[in-house]
Design a binder for this molecule. Structure first.
Ligand code: LMR
Length: 338
């Protein structure tokens, strides 16, 4: 296997350590796999990546060493995608809202507001034709999709209650990357702004932005709830990740090792998807208990008004993500679209 300079450097360090402990050195040096992500360890994705590390190292008998870099400690949002393409990092789990720079805007269809009725509906769609079709879009870019990881539904927050659609007027809202999210916040009269995840807390604290959307596990681990006086538990859109790898690196792994890391990934994915909902329920309970913010819930009438206000995003989406993926989403979810 060909190692890049960076991988070579890390493998050498591994060998040096092994030699220092009196074990056979160079020939035994583990294959180092760097897994970079932007959230805390104590989140569904954080726990999933550590589970993958534990299982992959166990199943390969230490022939593979997974280095997990959480909290943007190695790369921030945009940089990590570039790093994956360059081979400086081997595994990522970005939100699918961040895939446009990879030339795969179709993933943004998943950000349509009020799209998935519940987590089970989301899960079925990603395990079906839709999930597979989207992964095919990555292949020409030298990227392979291994799994989808769930992180539940978005809430939305600001320093004023967000209940009526008019409450959004003029708010500067941080979004993570998707133009679909950009569009639905514009439908509500807000001014969305793409910003790296690692910069959000400070931007909220200093008023660079007024508002944001995210899932309870991300709010609590980043302390967003401490700098937002009001959170609406709207669950208006879904947050999902695609675990992606550099195809050349992954396909170049020795066959026996590849089988074991694929097995580790499949099990880590089941684990992550099985804990996502509870992690978010627990996080929401923690936010409530903290007393640092006020939680709000929409009435049916208010929710209906949000639906209506955001509906133009569905029409607009065709020009952004294309009709093919919208047709597929409609088919998988058995809904009428446009
Ligand atoms: C965000 O940027 O808000 C999220 O995508 C972060 C994450 O990975 O959950």
């Amino acid at each position: 296997m060909k190692l890049s300079r960076r991988q070579f450097g890390t493998a050498l360090t591994g060998a040096a350590i092994a030699a220092a402990y009196g074990r056979p050195g160079w020939a035994q040096a583990p294959i180092v796999v760097k897994f970079s992500h932007v959230v805390a360890n104590d989140t569904p994705k954080g726990k999933g990546s550590l589970k993958f590390k534990e299982l992959a190292e166990k199943y390969t008998g230490g022939k593979v060493k997974i280095e997990v870099y959480p909290n943007s400690s190695l790369y921030k949002d945009k940089e990590e995608i570039e790093a994956l393409q360059l081979g400086s990092v081997q595994v990522l789990g970005p939100s699918t809202a961040k895939f446009a720079p990879l030339g795969a805007k179709e993933f943004e269809a998943l950000d349509l507001p009020w799209l998935f009725k519940d987590d089970a509906t989301y899960d079925r769609a990603m395990k079906g034709e839709l999930g597979k079709w989207l992964f095919k879009k990555l292949e020409p870019k030298g990227i392979s999709g291994l799994a989808y990881w769930d992180n539940g539904f978005h809430m939305v927050s600001a320093n004023r209650p967000l209940l009526e659609t008019t409450d959004f007027q003029g708010l500067k809202v941080r979004i993570s990357g998707s133009k679909i999210a950009d569009r639905y916040f514009r439908d509500l009269g807000s001014i969305p702004q793409i910003m790296a995840f690692s910069e959000v807390y400070q931007a909220l604290q200093t008023g660079v932005v007024d508002a944001c959307e995210n899932t309870p596990s991300n709010y609590v681990t980043q302390k967003f709830h401490e700098v937002q006086k009001h959170i609406t538990v709207s669950y208006h859109a879904h947050l999902q990740y695609a675990v992606i790898v550099n195809s050349k690196f992954w396909n170049g792994l020795p066959a026996d090792i590849r089988t074991q890391v694929d097995k580790a990934m499949a099990e880590a994915s089941d684990y992550t998807n099985s804990i996502a909902q509870k992690e978010n329920d627990d996080a929401l309970a923690e936010i409530k208990k903290s007393g640092k913010t006020q939680l709000h819930y929409l009435t049916d009438a208010q929710r209906q008004k949000w639906h209506t206000a955001m509906a133009p995003t569905y029409k607009w989406a065709k020009s952004r993500v294309g009709q093919d993926v919208l047709d597929l989403v409609a088919k998988e979810l058995d809904i009428k679209m446009n």
